[in-house]
Design a protein around this ligand. Structure first.
Ligand SMILES: [Zn+2]
Length: 275
């Protein structure tokens, strides 16, 4: 969608979340010192320090080590990027006429609202029913699915948020499987984020699930910021389905995800506005 920079919510511009489709690409493409190639990570495979000199092969990660040396210091860093799973031609999991993409979007809007109420800077990568592959400027994959996924990690790597949560819903043949599951990257930050979100969602669901390493997932492999995939429940389970479709339950579920996010930000960025 070739839309302009879209805002929604009631906050003044400086604290508003921005909604990024193609606009994220355009915004960051025109920033001085943020060339498309370097921001996308295609020209700078070696880690670099803030001054642009090559860093040691394995730089120390953590709050004191800048995750994103390319981001100009005068751009406020987004706290959270919400990746809304699927969209448009890609419905995701289904149960009758219930589509995962719609639940992901409804939950994303709930999470967006909760995080914004908590004074976090939050972005969301789709607010309607469309496929992100249509916007892709990063990679010319023949596969629409791959263009879609590349766009999601591409936006994250341009926007450089403190973290990204990718919202999804599970579905399996058995109707008895239920509950939330958070998938993480290899990094300790991602594991920590997954653990905290899982813990808070378990409290909401009354479950004792543990996060898993999402080795095969493109977005986890390509995104540079701490990223997790949040499987918010099972569309194939009647109880989970009820929760996922009822706005009041969606709100509670979003609050549990937000609780985990906030705990992570407080730990990792204890000396700024992480709340
Ligand atoms: Zn999904």
């Amino acid at each position: 969608m070739l839309t302009g920079l879209t805002r929604f919510g009631k906050r003044p511009a400086s604290r508003s979340a921005l909604v990024f489709g193609l606009s994220a690409v355009l915004l960051l493409t025109i920033l001085p010192g943020s060339s498309p190639a370097s921001a996308a990570g295609t020209s700078a495979n070696a880690p670099r320090t803030e001054t642009g000199t090559p860093a040691p092969a394995k730089p120390e990660a953590g709050p004191s080590a800048p995750l994103y040396p390319e981001r100009p210091h005068w751009i406020p860093q987004m706290d959270v990027l919400i990746d809304v799973g699927h969209g448009g031609i890609d419905g995701g999991a289904t149960h009758g006429d219930i589509l995962e993409k719609d639940i992901n979007l409804a939950m994303a809007k709930q999470l967006y609202a909760v995080l914004q109420e908590r004074d976090l800077l939050v972005s969301i990568n789709r607010i309607g029913d469309y496929a992100l592959s249509d916007d892709n400027l990063f990679h010319k994959f023949r596969s629409r699915h791959k263009r879609d996924l590349a766009q999601r990690s591409g936006i994250a790597n341009r926007l450089q948020p403190k973290l990204m949560v990718s919202l999804h819903v599970n579905s399996v043949r058995s109707s008895s499987a239920s509950g939330p599951l958070v998938l993480h990257q290899k990094s300790d930050e991602s594991k920590r984020l997954a653990g905290l979100i899982q813990q808070q969602m378990n409290r909401y669901y009354g479950t004792e699930e543990t996060p898993e390493f999402g080795r095969k997932y493109y977005i986890l492999n390509q995104s540079k910021c701490p990223t997790v995939i949040v499987e918010m429940g099972y569309l194939s389970n009647a109880g989970d389905r009820q929760r996922l479709l009822a706005p009041a339950e969606q709100r509670k579920l979003a609050e549990s995800i937000a609780d985990g996010i906030q705990l992570f930000l407080r730990e990792a960025y204890s000396d700024d506005q992480a709340g």
